[in-house]
Design a protein around this ligand. Sequence first.
Ligand code: PEP
Ligand code: MN
Length: 287
Amino acid sequence: MDRYDLSVRELKLARRDARANRTIVRLSNGAAFGSQALALCAGPCSVESAEQIEATAAAVARAGANVLRGGAYKPRTSPYAFQGLGLEGLKLLRAAADRHGLAVVTEVLDPRDVKAVAAHADMLQIGARNMQNFALLREAGESGLPVLLKRGIAATVEEWLMAAEYVLVAGNPHVVLCERGIRSFDSATRNLLDLSVVPLLAEITHLPVIVDPSHGTGIARLVEPMALAGIAAGADGLLVEVHPDPPNAASDGPQSLTPQEFATMVARLRGVAAAVGRSLPTASVAA
Ligand code: PEP
Ligand code: MN
């Protein structure tokens, strides 16, 4: 028996055989997670200004992304670090995405903010630090909006799937899992990107899985190779941090790609995607 034979545990709705087909999570601009075409989510760690988010949205849309990411509410290790622009950030993100035909994924930190975030976003991101915030999972479930559920920094596959189960059991079937690296003994990289979960999850669950090589490595130079590896492993898409001026980013500059680096990465992704029977997203109309 495999170590991760979850058949005897309490996974009811997320388990692979609970559905005839794999789940495809679709956003209103046509972006899809789990279809033949990949989902490419890109943007800054934090929304910083109208100029910054506009420049990033324009560049990632041109390069082939179909979802704009950007944090308006930031989970920072230090309470003295930049906490995000809040509601103003949500508005800037929405406006920039709409100008370029992109959907919006952004993190919600607090159950009390779910309604405000849902009013501006196409998809709610639940971050690694909140993966087992059960009140937040329930509230996100009740919103009915697609949920991007990141893996907790020390979460087992079983704990991660049970967190997804909270959203599903609240009546929301639109859940995408995001592998973003786990904490390891080795500080050579920020986290240890666990790509082995990608094919493993495909056996256990019908939910789509994407890979975040930015938080997964913490080092911009490592983002492209790990993005290619994630797609080769069977991921349904990527979440990548892109900033017009990484050295001056308010958060996560060292792991952020420049728009040019992102465009180069997407170009190289095409061949890897084709090798595993996938395609890049079709260009967004307003890009
Ligand atoms: C982020 O996406 O910027 C973020 C804070 O991610 P994580 O929750 O994976 O640390
Ligand atoms: Mn970040």
